[in-house]
Write a protein that binds this ligand. Structure first.
Ligand code: ATP
Ligand code: 2JD
Ligand code: BAL
Length: 243
């Protein structure tokens, strides 16, 4: 039982949820390591949504709403951490949701699909095909899902799949606490924020974008600026960390 007044309550609750979902075969064991890497970067931005991340989240909302066919690609970590948040984003944006795994097993696909459905997510299902040119199982996706999408939201992603989706002409939005990851540097739009903060922020933006704001956000998108702003935030916090 984690006391609500614990200074790291939010982090410990997330870890407890991931550990439980790993035991239940939803989160891959490797996902615990990936989460730890993310938490380290979250420390560096002060475990809060920075100004540049907030700008990226509003831009993501604009891109999802303008999409011909937006798909949220869900892996085990994202399902464990943000199933209800994905359902709310789906309702706000109209995006489809599809389970796509690196450590793919049919059992994990079924368990993650069940977890998402229980939280209100409408999950695309069907027979996957090797559509994305990759040598691992992230290549497997649904022709009517990621295969048809023009905009894909891929939280906690792999750099090689991000690059492959871009080469297929798709717009890739990622949520990644590490501004130096291959994904962060390859995506069309990178949200350097924690996934349970980022997804609700995108959802909120879907209903608060003002007239003309969406077009301005997309037209002014500069992912290098967003990554540099995140790095500058980390550097500034480190410079004054012991004051
Ligand atoms: N809760 C979270 N919210 C946001 N980002 C996260 C979260 N947990 C992990 N991450 C980040 O998501 C990424 C996914 O982990 P993974 O191990 O696939 O990354 P990676 O291999 O370093 O990335 P890349 O392949 O893009 O270089 C990591 O960059 C990690 O820092
Ligand atoms: C662990 C994970 C971040 C997700 O794995 P999965 O849920 O199988 O897509 C994976 O991409 C990795 O870095 O190993
Ligand atoms: N996420 C699986 C290995 C990679 O980072 O590409």
């Amino acid at each position: 039982m984690i006391p609500k007044d614990h200074p790291r309550y939010r982090s410990l609750v997330a870890r407890e949820r991931l550990a439980r979902c790993a035991r239940e075969g939803i989160v891959a064991p490797e996902g615990l390591a990936a989460h730890g890497r993310g938490e380290a970067f979250d420390y560096l931005i002060g475990e809060r949504t920075t100004e540049s991340a907030a700008l990226a989240e509003r831009t993501a909302a604009a891109m999802l709403l303008a999409a011909r066919h937006a798909v949220i690609s869900v892996n085990g970590n994202t399902a464990a951490l943000a199933a209800a948040e994905i359902a709310a984003l789906q309702r706000a944006s109209g995006a489809d949701a599809e389970v796509n795994l690196f450590h793919r097993t049919e059992e994990r696909i079924e368990r993650i699909t069940r977890l998402l459905t229980e939280h209100g997510v409408r999950v695309l299902t069907g027979t996957p095909e090797r559509i994305v040119p990759l040598s691992h199982d992230r290549a497997l996706c649904l022709p009517q899902g990621i295969g048809d999408a023009d905009v894909v939201l891929v939280p906690l992603e792999d750099g090689d799949r991000c690059a492959a989706l871009r080469e297929m002409g798709k717009t890739v939005i990622t949520v990644d606490l590490n501004p130096l990851s291959r994904t962060a540097r390859t995506a069309t739009l990178t949200i350097v924020d924690e996934v349970t903060r980022a997804i609700p922020a995108i959802t909120a933006a879907c209903s608060t974008l003002e007239a003309g704001e969406a077009e301005r956000l997309v037209a002014s998108l500069d992912n290098t600026y967003l990554l540099r702003a995140a790095i500058d935030e980390m550097r500034e916090r480190l410079a004054h960390a012991l004051e």
